[in-house]
Write a protein that binds this ligand. Structure first.
Ligand code: HEC
Length: 191
């Protein structure tokens, strides 16, 4: 009350304050009604509006950059790391993020937001940023956190592979696939 009086003294009329208070109450009430009524369509087949998509993707990119800023990346260009990362990528990521020469998958088509083709976007991220996303995942998008089940070493191997993806051809991917042989499965987290 004291605060409101002080504002009134500063020249903001009581009428303005009342209108503002009513707007806040209506806004909060409207928001709650939307949440409880069930009319919001959460179907993954119902795309976000461009405003919501902008808000979510901007918040997400900035959050990744902010949280990765103190991570010190090791060097991630050895062939050994790239090949180890390939095994993990084929097992854990390819279904959602595709691979060179592959244009779609059933799981990716049904996700909202749709996972980006990593080959096209990997160059926008530093190794530290990729490490942070892969380790921590992204809330409410379908991007899992791999940190709870994989060592930092395995995640850096993945980063090495993903960083190499933009310059990889479909033939090179197939050759790596053949060289890697069949996967050993996830039982011992060995991929
Ligand atoms: C179940 C599907 C799914 C799987 C599996 C998955 N991701 Fe994702 N990933 C997503 C989604 C969805 C996003 C967020 C897209 C958005 O925010 O628009 C995402 C975002 C990312 C991003 C941020 C890219 C960007 O430009 O927004 C990276 C990097 C990434 N994933 C790497 C990986 C790696 C590496 C793996 C495997 C270890 C993996 N993901 C497995 C669904 C998946």
């Amino acid at each position: 009350m004291k605060y409101i009086k002080a504002l009134a003294i500063k020249g903001i009329s009581m009428k303005c304050i009342k209108v503002f208070a009513i707007m806040v109450v209506l806004g909060v009430g409207g928001g709650l009604a939307l949440i409880y009524s069930g009319i919001m369509n959460i179907a993954a087949t119902n795309p976000h509006s461009s405003l919501v998509y902008w808000a979510l993707s901007t918040a997400s990119s900035n959050s990744i950059r902010y949280h990765a800023k103190d991570i010190k990346a090791p060097s991630v260009d050895s062939q050994e790391m790239i090949f180890a990362g390939f095994h993990h990528y084929r097992e854990m990521c390819m279904g959602c993020h595709l691979s060179p020469g592959v244009q779609s998958s059933e799981i990716r088509t049904g996700l909202m937001p749709q996972p980006p083709k990593l080959q096209d976007v990997a160059a926008q991220w530093t190794p530290a940023e990729l490490f942070w996303v892969i380790k921590n995942g992204i809330k409410m998008t379908g991007m899992p956190a791999w940190g709870p089940t994989h060592s930092d070493k395995k995640i850096w191997d993945l980063v090495a592979f993903v960083k190499n993806l933009p310059k990889m051809t479909a033939e090179q991917y197939k050759a790596m696939d053949a060289a890697a042989g069949p996967d050993l499965g996830d039982g011992g987290n060995s991929h």
